[in-house]
Design a protein around this ligand. Structure first.
Ligand SMILES: Cc1ncc(C[n+]2csc(CCOP(=O)(O)OP(=O)(O)O)c2C)c(N)n1
Length: 557
């Protein structure tokens, strides 16, 4: 069967099970859009390519499937770059397809030519510039394979317009075989697991420290069983939220810069840390030389490059966390396990002495209270996406996630403007679930135009803006570390209600505490996109806080 490159691409996407593409068309990708028109694959037209790729990320992170986005050449392609790096930092499987000028124009500064292949080398797990239509089907198969396997990540396919139009015999791709890449998936070294189990048996003060890898590998049930059997307390990173029920007695909540005091104290005092799919980010470790000084480290990660990158691993175990935990569960000998009673008593004391708390006495709209009310009104079952800043941390602290893939945060890159388009992807994936964006007024304004997208596709996303009129997190740092000199962080506030209405969404203004819960209830009952403008105090801070590169002794609040 003879097909054009554009037809081959769409056939290949169908073969990968792609159901939806997020994107914006343009000259260099028009042959593909033409085939897409009656292909049966859904398409969500965003208002900016950054919105498209974050939506694809939201889709990928909540479903575990590969998110697909598409853009034209030049500015369309370069508008994807932030999302590519974002997906790379947070190990999110994405296939980004970009149009390119015809091959004979490449290198001539042709109209809308940008070397997205070159630009995206450090921004992707792998990338392709397709120069031969006969290779296209195989390239697409490889791209999806690379995006979703091992440590997932973004893959870009740059497709020149003449290749989209070229006609060739369509041959189904062969099963993907990439010998160098496949070395990645070696057998789990059981001797290392035995060593780790011995360390568990010997430990007095162990902690399980969980990152996003547990969610990616679908290991939450194994983690739960492992924690329950060993009775080792569990703390998670920002990416790990939802991998272990936040309300469980063994949960220490989040650790790190804005983590709970008890999680941070437990890490500081631990004699054994079992790091599962976590990468010792600086927001977790603070000053590395002071981090968990008394602990033996077991580090489980699928990516060998992560092991010993920041913290020396006494017992490294390379492999998929789910499979590694299954080996642990098979080998754990109940008879030899301790109950760590003294350690639990100590942790309980810390929990009682230093609970996560905030002042809630006045009739102000307190941000933590808003998050708690969202948590209660949604019974902890919503998908929560966030921007970046104070609101992100309040959401992480006060929405007690029960299930994996219900928390979507740009954690590694910290991309303002991520939350709302990510919610679009999540709501497209789960039309019948409640999807909430908890956003900052600054973050929301970075991708606010996607309100048009949400309304056009009837996506009933609930957007809760914690509106302090500032670039709040930067203002907090200015207050604490720059003598209160608020250099260019005041935003003021547009009328978000009017903006919402202008886009055809529903807007609600909340200025009093008593209005908080009714507004959330009203939003939940509304079958439309809803923007809630919560006017919170301008100068509230996120606590506790360990300053960047600091130690436990410098913890504030
Ligand atoms: C694209 C981008 N630019 C700049 C920053 C730096 N930054 C981190 S937090 C922050 C302020 C965020 O303000 P807002 O979204 O209003 O949230 P708040 O902290 O007030 O809750 C800024 C500017 C960033 N993370 N991302």
């Amino acid at each position: 069967m003879k097909l054009t490159g554009a037809q081959i691409l769409i056939e290949s996407l169908k073969a990968e099970g792609v159901e939806v593409i997020f994107g914006i068309p343009g000259g260099a990708i028009m042959p593909v859009y033409d085939v897409l028109f009656d292909s049966g694959i859904a398409h969500i037209l965003t208002r900016h390519e950054q919105g498209a790729i974050h939506a694809a990320e939201g889709y990928a992170r909540t479903t575990g499937k590969v998110g697909v986005c598409m853009a034209t050449s030049g500015p369309g392609a370069t508008n994807l770059v932030t999302g590519l790096v974002d997906a790379l930092m947070d190990s999110t499987p994405i296939v980004a397809i970009t149009g390119q000028v015809p091959t004979h124009l490449i290198g001539t500064d042709g109209f809308q030519e940008a070397d997205i292949y070159g630009i995206s080398i450090p921004a992707t797990k792998y990338n392709y510039l397709v120069r031969d239509v006969n290779k296209l089907a195989q390239i697409v198969a490889e791209a999806f394979y690379i995006a979703r396997t091992g440590r997932p990540g973004p893959v870009l396919i740059d497709l020149p317009k003449d290749i989209q139009n070229a006609v060739t015999e369509y041959v189904k791709p062969k099963p993907v075989s990439l010998p160098c890449y496949n070395q990645y998936f070696q057998e789990i070294n059981e001797a290392q697991v035995d060593k780790a189990i011995q360390a568990i048996e010997e430990a007095e003060r162990p902690v399980i420290y969980v990152g996003g890898g547990v969610i990616i590998s679908g290991a939450h049930q194994e983690l739960y069983e492992f924690a329950k059997r060993t009775r080792i307390p569990v703390t998670t990173t920002l990416m790990g939220l939802g991998s272990f029920p936040g309300t469980d007695e063994l949960s220490l909540g989040m650790l790190g810069m804005h983590g709970t005091k008890y999680a941070n104290y437990a890490m500081g005092e631990a004699d054994l840390i079992l790091a599962l799919g976590a990468r010792f980010d600086d927001r977790v470790t603070g000053k590395v030389s002071e981090f968990a000084r008394n602990a033996k480290i077991v580090h489980v990660d699928i990516d060998a490059a992560e092991i010993n990158k920041i913290v020396y691993a006494h017992i490294p175990i390379r492999g998929d966390v789910k499979k590694v935990l299954q080996v642990f569960l098979k080998k754990l000998d109940k008879a030899k396990l301790k109950t760590y009673d003294k350690w639990h008593k100590q942790i309980q004391e810390w929990k009682t002495q230093y609970p996560l708390t905030y002042e809630n006495s006045e009739d102000r709209v307190i941000p933590q209270y808003v998050v708690e009310q969202i948590y209660e009104a949604t019974k902890g079952e919503a998908i929560i996406t966030v921007g970046v800043g104070q609101h992100q941390m309040w959401a992480a602290q006060y929405y007690r996630f029960q299930a994996p893939r219900s928390w979507v945060s740009s954690s590694g890159l910290g991309t303002m403007g991520f939350g709302f388009p990510a919610a679009i992807g999540a709501q497209v994936a789960y039309p019948h679930r409640t999807v909430f964006t908890i956003d900052g007024d600054g973050s929301f304004q970075m991708t606010i135009q996607e309100l048009a997208t949400a309304v056009q596709y009837h996506l009933p996303i609930k957007i809760a803006i914690l509106n302090n009129g500032y670039l709040g997190m930067v203002r907090q740092w200015q207050q604490l570390f720059f003598k209160g000199r608020y250099s260019h962080t005041f935003l003021g506030s547009p009328d978000f209600v009017k903006i919402a209405e202008g886009y055809g969404a529903v807007g609600i203004l909340i200025t009093k505490k008593a209005e908080v819960r009714p507004a959330i209830e009203k939003a939940l009952e509304t079958d439309n996109t809803v923007v809630m403008d919560f006017r919170i105090p301008q100068e509230d801070n996120v606590y506790p806080m360990i300053p960047a590169g600091g130690t436990l002794k410098q913890m504030i609040g």
